[in-house]
Ligand binder design. Structure first.
Ligand code: PMP
Length: 392
């Protein structure tokens, strides 16, 4: 029996980068102490008060099928958050609640793409992007965002890639680079989207983690609201990765179709999870800042340590929970660096190559262990880089 082509081509462009991650996990399982700076998972759990609300809601009987579009309360709360932060008029009718940002990304692409159409995305990219586009039936076409441009897409590049394309997927604050797109980048993106009649899918799941500059949503730019679908999530802003709750925000007509899609796919998000998410969002930005603060602290620790040596350079980390380090001075590829670092120092980081071609010669460090352990790991990493450089 043959499996559908759609399935077998889902993840065909992976390098061995993820091998480091799986190897680190196996080492841990066999009892070796490994410092994992790999995936975007907080070292704190979900706030206790959110869990209490989740439990209260479930015990109150909210365990049956929930409203497929999302509860009125949560849709209204999400719309209010967006209204307040972006100034773009948004109501519950502009919101679909989804099981996490990943499901929102998939749904948004299904909404705008027919099979065989071209979908653009930026390289380096969050690991699931190409597979998500292909799962939606699209031909995925990447735009290479190079270190010399601070990993931001240039207007001329998007223009060149846009011929025959239907949509563009962007992500700021960015995973894996930690870069926050600046106003000029956004204006270029918006101009090409209007000029070439592209849908823009804006993944803003790290919108609460901005350290330098400001988060701009392209939905707020002239002529962009009718063609922009914004992806949001509680995973990063509220340390609720396991709760699987996020949203798509877009024009009402698109959301109406997406509700129909949800009826035929996810059938919504559990009511007690939505109540917990609603409670969490109603705590306002104070809680979001508390969840985000450790990453800013660790970023500052890393910047200080990196300034004391000359081999490794940091891509300025303006947002999100990652630092991208340029390790080209060691003469190693990101993949070799990460594998050797794991073998010699029991520290796991992601090779840049696992996020596409543009981040080769880099590694991504997730700032997801406590400050003291993070500092020690960074010191070891820099020592390792110096040892490797003298060898070459
Ligand atoms: N987009 C980006 C850029 C991400 O980094 C992630 C998770 N790491 C997601 C979307 C998906 O997040 P979730 O499904 O947990 O909301």
């Amino acid at each position: 029996m043959e499996i559908a082509n759609r399935m077998v081509t889902l993840s065909c462009d992976g390098t061995d980068g993820w091998d480091v991650f799986y190897r680190a996990r196996r080492m841990k399982e066999s009892g070796i102490s490994v410092t994992e700076l790999t995936i975007g998972e907080h070292d704190i759990g979900t706030d206790l008060n959110i869990l209490i609300e989740m439990n209260r809601s479930a015990q109150a009987g909210n365990t049956g099928y929930a409203a497929v579009p999302g509860t009125d309360e949560l849709r209204e709360t999400v719309a209010r958050r967006i209204n307040e932060r972006t100034g773009v008029s948004t109501t519950a009718a502009n919101i679909l609640i989804t099981p996490g940002g990943q499901a929102a990304l998939f749904a948004a692409h299904l909404a705008v793409l027919d099979p065989g159409e071209v979908a653009l995305y930026c390289d380096p990219y969050y690991a699931t992007y190409p597979g998500t586009l292909r799962a939606a039936g699209a031909i995925d076409r990447s735009i290479e965002c190079i270190p010399e441009n601070n990993f931001q897409p240039q207007k001329s590049q998007i223009q060149a890639a846009a011929n025959g394309a239907k949509c563009l997927l962007v992500n700021s604050p960015n995973n894996p680079t930690g870069v926050v797109y600046d106003k000029n980048t956004w204006l270029g993106i918006a101009e090409v989207c209007v000029q070439k009649d592209l849908w823009l899918i804006s993944d803003e799941v790290y919108d609460s983690q901005v350290w330098e500059g400001e988060h701009i949503t392209p939905r707020s730019l002239p002529k962009m609201e009718p063609r922009t679908l914004v992806i949001g999530s509680m995973s990063k802003s509220h340390a609720m990765t396991g709760s699987r709750v996020g949203w798509v925000c877009g024009p009402e007509t698109v959301i109406t179709h997406l509700i129909n899609l949800a009826t035929h796919t996810t059938y919504g998000v559990p009511g007690y999870i939505q109540d917990a998410a609603n409670f969490a969002l109603n705590q306002g930005s104070k809680l979001e800042m508390e969840v985000a603060a450790p990453f800013d602290r660790r970023r500052k620790i890393a910047v200080k340590l990196i300034a004391m040596q000359k081999i490794i350079k940091a891509v300025p980390c303006s947002g999100a929970m990652y630092m991208m380090l340029d390790i080209r001075n060691t003469g190693l590829t990101g993949e070799v660096f990460a594998n050797r670092l794991l073998d010699k120092k029991n520290i796991a980081v992601m090779p840049g190559e696992s996020f596409g071609r543009s981040a080769k010669g880099h590694i991504r460090v997730a700032m997801t262990v406590d400050d003291e352990r993070f500092k020690k790991a960074l010191e070891e990493l820099l020592k390792f880089a110096a040892e490797e450089q003298t060898k070459s």
